[in-house]
Write a protein that binds this ligand. Structure first.
Ligand SMILES: [Zn+2]
Length: 187
């Protein structure tokens, strides 16, 4: 009888302990899940906001005339190799065939293979009254007179004219401006 009581008490304690542990475990996993979902939710919301902001920014402004590529050799560097004595545009080094796009809405002022040192080139007369010049192209996808919108493909990067490798040489001139009538490209 004594042993049975002891066993019953032990069993009772065991059951209680297990129940307590199970309960604790339940709370712990509930807490963990809650924490996890908070952690998971935060970046998701942040990512959605970032994407929305980026989409608005992309619609408002084209970041680069060569999407995905930044300036590899900047405007204004003094170099006697150039007739103007300095680099008259921004260079975007990128593989031949990479698309170049209109940085603003506008009309194509010229598109031909007669750029000389600039090879196959395109002039975009933009909505801000400036001429943006795309040089050394391999492919021209638009012709003079074509109306284009910001972000629209104009052609493809190449190595035509006087170059050491494929890149876009990109100039910002006043309307009708010639060689050397340039400013640091902005739009
Ligand atoms: Zn250049």
């Amino acid at each position: 009888m004594k042993r049975n009581t002891a066993r019953n008490v032990s069993l009772g304690l065991l059951v209680l302990t297990m129940a307590f542990m199970a309960c604790n475990k339940g709370e712990t996993s509930a807490a963990t899940e809650q924490q996890d979902s908070e952690v998971a939710l935060t970046p998701v919301i942040a990512a959605e906001e970032t994407t929305a902001t980026a989409a608005v920014a992309a619609a408002a402004k084209v970041k680069s005339p060569v999407p995905g590529y930044g300036i590899s050799y900047p405007y204004g560097v003094k170099n006697p190799r150039y007739a103007a004595g300095y680099h008259t545009g921004d260079d975007y080094a990128s593989p031949t065939g990479t698309k170049v796009v209109a940085v603003l809405d506008g009309t194509i002022a010229w598109s031909n293979n007669n750029g000389g040192a600039y090879g196959r080139w395109i002039g975009l007369r933009a909505s801000n009254g400036r001429d943006y010049v795309y040089c050394h192209l391999s492919v021209r996808s638009v012709s003079a007179g074509t109306k284009v919108v910001a972000g629209q493909k104009l052609g493809e990067v190449g190595a035509t004219g006087n170059v050491t490798g494929p890149h876009l040489h990109f100039e910002d001139r006043p309307k009708g401006g010639g060689y050397g009538q340039v400013r640091k490209p902005s739009w």
